[in-house]
Design a binder for this molecule. Structure first.
Ligand code: NAG
Ligand code: NAG
Ligand code: NAG
Ligand code: NAG
Length: 388
């Protein structure tokens, strides 16, 4: 009986993606990363908000952080895959098993991870939306704000699927000091501001973050990135607020600003730099690393993209998931030859899958050039040979 109980407990811990003290993989600058996603507001409006002003005292405000495109969904997909595959809408989409994500990079190094979605009806739920626990008629949990369920490489694996769970499970893990090392969090459509106001979402965030920012909230150095998926205006350049918080922020940097140019791909390159991860061979390579991390690990690749002035990241470029059939393209092959911010090449398993494709052309060159659907389409080049 005792064995059975222990066995079941062990299984429950795996299912929830919890970490035990000896299971923590130390990073160079932080040991845990939590990103929390709010919806659809412009930098100009959020940066003067009172709740954000109070939170800013605890962290670093990134003043030049831009989303990838509009509307919401492609930005979420991009944040874990380094690519949004031409997506320009919020409807149901799915990507095949051979498209790899951050999850593969983390698991390769034994780093625990989870996605927490407020009001998700059950662990690993793959439906379009929930039944409306907020009383808003089925608009509290939405699939378009959960990138993980779009990737077959995640949903075809039961253990991975079970790592997508509710905010209640997060709160239990937090109380038990067993929060996984990488955490992606989406509040429901009220708390993230989608169906409410700017002020409603920033007040919610302020309250939600207080216990996470308290002294000794976590035993390990924890970096929290509060971000928006995209701006509200489409006529301006998709400029959003991202705030870096948590015990991993050096005291001297609290209340400061960082004027480096970032996009959602910077989360991927920063994680690679911190944990010495392999890369995905997509736009993760060449994305600027959060400066306080880059400085500490000695990463010197940060720079403005060469096409900075021409970028219009309000329009999606052509690709597989575009709703205009005339601009659909196959899934681009990753570039197998790039070295990323983790100092390593592409994950060997990704190289093994894609090197079979002899005709492959790739738009990824590691330059940090930002692509869009207007003046900066991806430029495909043939890249011969295998990994570096
Ligand atoms: C989700 O929406 C898509 C269309 O956007 C539809 O084909 C699919 O059946 C829906 N799934 C569920 C579980 O309702
Ligand atoms: C919430 O947003 C969705 C999608 O834009 C919309 O269809 C729905 O009516 C909104 N619900 C409320 C309560 O505002
Ligand atoms: C980007 O393109 C959209 C659609 O063509 C246009 O409405 C918007 O003004 C452009 N924005 C910028 C910053 O050029
Ligand atoms: C990736 O998977 C898709 C869908 O199964 C398939 O069409 C494509 O050929 C695959 N590409 C490679 C390089 O395996």
């Amino acid at each position: 009986m005792q064995r059975l109980v222990i066995g079941l407990l062990g299984w429950a811990c795996i299912a929830l993606g919890l970490v035990s003290a000896q299971g923590v993989v130390p990073g160079k600058v932080f040991d845990r990363f939590i990103t929390i996603w709010l919806e659809n507001r412009d930098y100009a409006d959020v940066s003067i908000d009172n709740s954000i002003a109070d939170l800013k005292r605890h962290g670093i405000l990134l003043t030049r952080y831009y989303a990838q495109t509009h509307p919401s969904q492609p930005n979420y997909l991009a944040a874990i895959a380094g690519e949004y595959f031409g997506l320009n809408h919020d409807d149901w989409v799915r990507l095949p098993e051979n498209v790899t994500t951050l999850v593969d990079l983390l698991e390769d190094k034994g780093i625990s991870w989870a996605g927490f979605f407020e009001d998700i009806p059950s662990p690993g739920y793959m439906g379009n939306h929930s039944d409306g626990s907020t009383g808003t008629d089925g608009w509290d949990y939405v699939r378009k704000h959960n990138p993980f369920v779009t990737y077959d490489s995640i949903t075809n694996n039961g253990e991975r699927l079970l790592r997508l769970d509710s905010f209640n499970v997060f709160q239990r893990a937090f109380a038990a000091k067993e929060v996984p090392q990488y955490v992606f969090m989406t509040p429901n459509m009220m708390n993230d501001g989608h169906n409410t106001t700017l002020d409603f979402a920033t007040k919610w965030s302020h309250k939600f973050l207080q216990p996470l920012l308290a002294d000794k909230a976590f035993d390990e150095r924890t970096l929290i990135a509060l971000t928006y998926d995209e701006s509200e205006s489409y006529d301006k350049p998709n400029h959003i607020v991202t705030l870096l918080l948590g015990s991993a922020i050096p005291p001297a940097l609290k209340g400061t600003k960082d004027n480096t140019l970032y996009t959602h791909y910077s989360m991927l390159s920063t994680l690679q730099a911190n944990w010495g991860l392999h890369n995905l061979g997509r736009y993760d390579v060449g994305a600027n690393v959060f400066k306080f991390v880059a400085d500490r690990v000695g990463y010197t690749g940060n720079k403005d993209p060469e096409n900075l002035l021409a970028i219009n990241n309000s329009v999606s470029y052509p690709g597989l998931l575009n709703d205009d059939p005339s601009v659909r393209l196959p899934i681009p092959a990753p570039n197998l030859k790039l070295v990323g911010a983790g100092g390593l090449g592409i994950l060997p398993a990704i190289a093994a899958t894609w090197s079979k494709d002899e005709t492959r052309q790739t738009p990824y060159d590691g330059s940090g050039r930002v692509c869009d659907g207007e003046r900066n389409p991806p430029i495909y080049n043939k890249v011969a040979g295998g990994p570096p």
